[in-house]
Design a protein around this ligand. Structure first.
Ligand SMILES: Cc1ncc(COP(=O)(O)O)c(C=O)c1O
Length: 435
């Protein structure tokens, strides 16, 4: 009998893609579904990039494993003012079909187990499992000031894991974060970097949402630990180009052999990213004003939508720190735990299922992001609107306010109302209902 490998057999289907498939199925059956389950930025491809791709359509050659020089040179100069000369000179750049594969290749290249702050993105854990390594969870706290990793907790996770016979050698940190929509405050990054340096842990800084930062500040660990920080990023989020599959990695020269190892992985797997795509994407990194304005406009709209969601949920008494970046909210229904439990709702999966079955509201349970099953959190994506129409309206001078959300994203507002209905029905004790 032909059998699947154990690691693959036990992998659950990606929860994000599952939610998306289900929503499409319901919509194709004519149902109205409020989609907060899938985090895809809804904006159109900028004209300059469409033209660049058309102009590059004749390209058909394999490119070198690292990526097209024109692209890597442009990337280097684009990020120089953000990371500073020291990090730029201390790292090599690689190009991949999405940053997801760079994250995977980095996990593959570094021996040992993964430190994973919780909550964090859905793919880090399955990638570690596919590589037969352990995942060591690091606690975090969330509030209006951001997503916090306490350096003492990080150190303790490392020491406890070692005492337990595990070998923590790499950590993935991600800010602005999916699922929380929060960033790690800049003044907290040096202490995190210091622990990693002292403990010999590679920092993999997932900065795919780095430019979708609502206060305009780009926060990164790279300058604080240039010798041991790899950065992954790309164009999937701030330019809404997820399906173009282009990712960028900064690989620290300080980790001996790492760049070479990644080049080997590339040449034995994806060979190179499609040559027309690489050619066209160089234009995204040349600082053209129209591209920069586009990124800013999209970020402004994301900020409006996600802050509207935070405020709306707060008004219903749900814990929902004010969104700071990316396109997510990560509300916590802990204040309603008792009443929810009385209604048989005791896990994030339960909250998610009731919302989907009873209200046609798609979300993702916190459990998919590493939270314990009983932690009552959900990840909400604030992208369920027509991005092209919203962007055009904003570029034509419409103000970003409540009326804008009402006009361009009515489903987002309806979803907020649904949370109110849900709390009223399931989150109140009998006495509260009677009052
Ligand atoms: C936190 C995070 N990291 C990485 C990725 C991967 O993005 P891509 O492979 O499109 O670059 C995603 C995509 O959803 C993400 O949310």
């Amino acid at each position: 009998m032909i059998k699947l490998a154990d690691t693959i057999q036990n992998l659950p289907h990606s929860p994000t893609l599952w939610a998306n498939d289900l929503v499409h199925e319901k919509r194709s059956e004519g149902e109205t579904v409020y989609h907060m389950g899938f985090g895809e930025s809804p904006f159109p491809v900028p004209e300059r990039l469409k033209k660049a791709l058309a102009d590059a359509a004749h390209r058909k050659e394999y490119l070198k494993a690292d990526g097209l020089d024109d692209l890597t040179d442009a990337v280097r100069e684009y990020y120089r003012p953000i990371y500073g000369d020291e990090y730029i000179e201390a790292s090599d750049i690689i190009i991949a079909p999405g940053s997801k594969l760079i994250l995977y290749a980095l996990q593959m290249a570094i021996e040992g187990d993964l430190l994973m702050p919780v909550p964090s993105w859905v793919s880090y854990d399955p990638q570690a499992k596919m590589l037969h390594t352990d995942v060591i969870k690091v606690p975090t706290t969330l509030d209006d000031a951001g997503y916090h990793i306490n350096p003492d907790d990080l150190r303790k996770a490392i020491t406890d894991a070692r005492a337990n016979g595990q070998n923590p050698t790499k950590i993935i940190i991600n800010a602005p974060s999916n699922p929380t929509g929060l960033t790690i405050p800049s003044d907290e990054l040096p202490a995190i970097a210091k622990v990693c340096e002292e403990e010999g842990v590679l920092i993999i800084s997932d900065e795919i949402y780095g430019l979708v930062s609502f206060d305009g500040e780009y926060r990164t660990c790279a300058p604080h630990a240039p010798k041991i920080t790899a950065v992954t990023t790309g164009l999937s989020k701030h330019l809404s180009l997820g399906g173009w599959r282009i990712g960028v990695g900064f690989i620290p020269k300080g980790v001996e052999g790492l760049h070479n190892a990644l080049r080997c992985i590339i040449s034995e797997t994806w060979s190179c990213v499609s040559s027309p795509i690489q050619d066209a994407c160089a234009e995204a990194y040349k600082g053209h004003k129209d591209i920069e304005d586009h990124i800013q406009a999209c970020t402004d709209i994301h900020a409006l939508m996600n802050k509207t969601i935070s405020k709306g949920l707060q008004a219903h008494g749900i814990i929902a720190p004010m969104a700071q970046g990316a396109f997510y909210n990560y509300p916590d229904f802990a204040p309603f735990r008792e009443a929810l439990a009385a209604n048989g709702i005791t896990t994030s999966q339960d909250v998610h299922e009731v919302l989907l079955k009873e209200y046609n509201l798609a979300t993702l349970p916190g459990k998919a992001f590493g939270a314990e099953a009983e932690v009552l959190t959900l990840r909400l994506s604030g992208c369920d609107y027509d991005g092209a129409a919203a962007l055009e309206a904003y570029q034509n001078g419409e103000e970003l306010n409540e009326a804008f959300v009402q006009k361009h994203a009515p489903r987002v507002l309806k979803a907020i109302d649904i949370f109110g209905e849900f709390i009223k029905k399931y989150g109140q004790s009998a006495a509260e209902k009677a009052a």
